[in-house]
Design a protein around this ligand. Structure first.
Ligand SMILES: Cc1cc2nc3c(=O)[nH]c(=O)nc-3n(C[C@H](O)[C@H](O)[C@H](O)COP(=O)(O)O)c2cc1C
Length: 192
C-alpha cells in the first residue's frame, strides 16, 4: 500500500553546502540544500535561492559565488548560516569561518570546508518564487590530505571529508553511513 502525500520535498538525502558571495573584505554565507550538477561540459551546477534572501540580491550583483561542502565538524556554523541573514549579520565574523581568496573570482572560499567550487554566474532564472542560479565551475579546491592517491585526483576519502547530510522532511542533519556497493558495477550481475 502507498500513502499519497501531495507535493513534498522528500528527496533523500540533500547535501548541505555553504554558498559564499562577495569579496575578501565583505562576504556573506548562506546554507543551501537545493543544489544539483546540471551539465558536464561546460561543468555547471544550479542552486535554488529564495527571492527574499540577501544572497539572491548579492549573487545578481557580484555575478559569482562559491560552493563549499559543509562537514559534520562545522554543523553548528552551517546551521547558523541558514537561520540568520547577511542583511543584518556578519556571518563570517560570528561563525569564525575563514575566508580564503579564490583563484578566478571575487567571492572567497571557506577554509574549513574540504571541497570548494569557484562558480561564475552564467544564468539566473526565476522558478516560482525562487531564484535559480546556474554557475559554471571554474576551479575546484580540495584539502590535499583528503586525496587518497596523489595520482588519481578523484580519489577523495569520503570518511575524511565527513559531509553533513540534511533530511528535509524531518529537518535533521545526519552523517554518512557505510559503503553499500560499487556504482556502475553492482548492477552488472543483472545484465544477462
Ligand atoms: C539545512 C538548511 C538548508 C537550507 N537550504 C536552502 C536552500 O536550498 N535554498 C534557500 O533559499 N534557502 C535555504 N535555507 C535557508 C537559508 O539558508 C536562510 O533563509 C538564510 O537565512 C538566508 O540567508 P541570507 O539572507 O544571508 O541569504 C536552508 C537553511 C538550512 C538550515
Amino acid at each position: 500500500m502507498k500513502t499519497k502525500l501531495g507535493p513534498q520535498r522528500l528527496i533523500l538525502p540533500f547535501p548541505t553546502v555553504l554558498v559564499v558571495t562577495g569579496n575578501m573584505e565583505k562576504a556573506n554565507i548562506v546554507t543551501i540544500a537545493w543544489i544539483s550538477m546540471l551539465s558536464g561540459s561546460p561543468l555547471t551546477l544550479g542552486i535554488s535561492v529564495g527571492q527574499k534572501s540577501f544572497t539572491g540580491e548579492k549573487i545578481k550583483e557580484n555575478k559569482d559565488f562559491t560552493v563549499n561542502i559543509a562537514t559534520v565538524e562545522i554543523m553548528d556554523e552551517a546551521d547558523f548560516c541558514g537561520i540568520t541573514s547577511g542583511r543584518n549579520t556578519d556571518k563570517f565574523e560570528i561563525s569564525g569561518l575563514t575566508k580564503i581568496p579564490s583563484s578566478y573570482i571575487q567571492s572567497p572560499i571557506i577554509k574549513e570546508c574540504p571541497i570548494n567550487f569557484e562558480c561564475k554566474l552564467v544564468e539566473a532564472n526565476i522558478v516560482g518564487r525562487t531564484n535559480h542560479f546556474i554557475g559554471e565551475i571554474l576551479e575546484t579546491h580540495v584539502d590535499t590530505e583528503k586525496i587518497e592517491d596523489a595520482n588519481n585526483k578523484g580519489s577523495i576519502s569520503i570518511e575524511a571529508i565527513n559531509p553533513l547530510i540534511y533530511f528535509s522532511g524531518v529537518r535533521e542533519y545526519r552523517k554518512l553511513g557505510d559503503k553499500a556497493g560499487d556504482a556502475y558495477k553492482t548492477g552488472k550481475k543483472l545484465i544477462g
